[in-house]
Design a protein around this ligand. Structure first.
Ligand code: C5P
Length: 309
C-alpha cells in the first residue's frame, strides 16, 4: 500500500468532572467521552522525493477552511504520534501526512488528539507494523489525554487524567448541534482558570465521580434525561475567559435544546436535540448569535479512528 486514509471523529464530553491538580500538572478526572459524526481524515503516504536522505522523515500538510490554524511544525500532534510509533519499533520510517480538517481547532472537541489517533492507525498500516490496538492505546496515552478515546470511539468513561477508558453501554442515536466560536481556547489555560476560580471561592476540588443519572440516561437512550444530566466542571472557567459563550448557550436553551454546555475546555458549545430534524432547526436558529462563527450538526455515538474505504 502506498497510501492509507483514516477517518476519525470529534468528541464531546457528556460529563467532565475535574478533581484536584496533581503533582504532574494534570487533574484527576471523570470524563465521559462521546464520539460524534464530525470527522477529520488523515492520509499517510510514502514520500516521493528524489533524495530521501535529505528530507525530513515525516512531512505534514493540512487542508480545509481551518488549515491555517493548525501547526505544521514538529509540534503537530499527528507528526508526534507517527514519530512515537516509529520510535517504538526502533527503526526509521518515513511518511507524508495529509490532514483534511473539519473538527474545530483548539475548540474543545479533541481535533488535534483525533489527528494523532488517525496518524497512529494510518502509519501502523502503511509501515506494515501490525501493532495491536492495545499497543496503539499505550502510545496514544503518551501523546495526550484524549488520544486513546479517539482510537476507541463510541461512548466511554475516562479516569486518571482521562486516558484510562471503559466503554459504556448506550441505546439509540443522539443528535447534536455544535456552535463553533472564533478563535480557540488553550486547554492548560482553562484548567488553570478552573483552579483559580475554585481557590478564589475557597472551594476545595471534589473527588470526581461519574453521574449515575447520566449512565442511566445513556443505557436507556433517554434523550431528555441525558440533556438534564450533562455537566462540565470546566464551563465556568471557559465562560470567564470567553464571556460571549454565555449568549450562545442561552440562545440554544431558549430555542429548545434539551441540554446546552461548553464542549471540554471550549470554546465550542454543544446542544442536544430531540431528533435530527430538531437539530437542523436549532442550528438555523443559533447560527446568527453574536460570537458564533458557524454551526454544524452531528450524531453520536460513532466508531473511533477507522481505515476509510
Ligand atoms: O494531555 P494533554 O496534552 O491533551 O493535556 C493538555 C493540557 O490540559 C495539560 O498540559 C494540562 O494543563 C491540562 N490537563 C489537565 N488535566 C487533565 C488533562 C489535561 O490539567 N486530566
Amino acid at each position: 500500500m502506498s497510501a492509507i486514509t483514516v477517518r476519525v471523529p470529534a468528541k464531546v464530553n457528556l460529563q467532565l468532572a475535574v478533581g484536584p491538580l496533581r503533582e504532574d500538572g494534570y487533574h484527576d478526572l471523570v470524563n465521559v467521552f462521546h464520539a460524534v459524526s464530525l470527522f477529520d481524515e488523515v492520509t499517510a503516504a510514502e514520500p516521493f522525493d528524489v533524495n530521501p536522505s535529505a528530507a525530513a522523515p515525516l512531512g505534514v500538510r493540512v487542508e480545509g477552511d481551518l488549515a491555517g490554524e493548525v501547526p505544521v511544525s514538529d509540534d503537530n500532534l499527528a507528526v508526534r504520534a507517527a514519530r512515537a510509533l516509529a520510535d517504538r519499533t526502533g527503526r526509521s520510517y518515513r511518511a507524508d501526512l495529509l490532514i483534511r480538517k473539519s473538527i474545530p481547532v483548539a475548540g474543545g472537541m479533541a481535533g488535534g488528539s483525533a489527528d494523532a489517533a488517525a496518524a497512529l492507525v494510518a502509519c501502523n498500516e502503511l509501515w506494515g507494523l501490525g501493532l495491536p490496538r492495545e499497543d496503539l492505546m499505550e502510545i496514544a496515552a503518551d501523546i495526550g489525554s484524549d488520544v486513546p478515546f479517539a482510537l476507541l470511539g463510541g461512548t466511554a468513561v475516562g479516569t486518571g487524567r482521562g486516558e484510562r477508558l471503559a466503554p459504556l453501554e448506550t441505546a439509540g442515536v443522539f443528535h447534536w448541534v455544535f456552535a463553533l466560536a472564533d478563535g480557540g481556547l488553550s486547554t492548560p489555560r482553562v484548567y488553570g482558570e478552573c483552579d483559580r476560580l475554585r481557590e478564589e471561592a475557597g472551594v476545595a476540588a471534589p473527588t470526581p465521580a461519574v453521574s449515575e443519572a447520566l449512565l442511566a440516561a445513556l443505557r436507556e437512550g433517554d434523550v431528555r434525561a441525558l440533556g438534564q444530566a450533562l455537566s462540565n466542571d470546566l464551563q465556568p472557567a471557559a465562560l470567564a475567559l470567553r464571556p460571549s459563550l454565555a449568549n450562545t448557550l442561552a440562545a440554544g436553551r431558549e430555542h429548545g435544546a434539551l441540554g446546552a454546555l461548553v464542549s471540554g475546555s471550549g470554546p465550542t458549545c454543544a446542544f442536544l436535540a430531540e431528533s435530527a430534524e430538531r437539530a437542523h432547526e436549532l442550528a438555523a436558529l443559533i447560527k446568527d448569535v453574536d460570537g458564533c462563527r458557524s454551526v454544524v450538526t452531528a450524531s453520536g455515538p460513532v466508531p473511533g479512528a477507522t481505515v476509510a474505504g
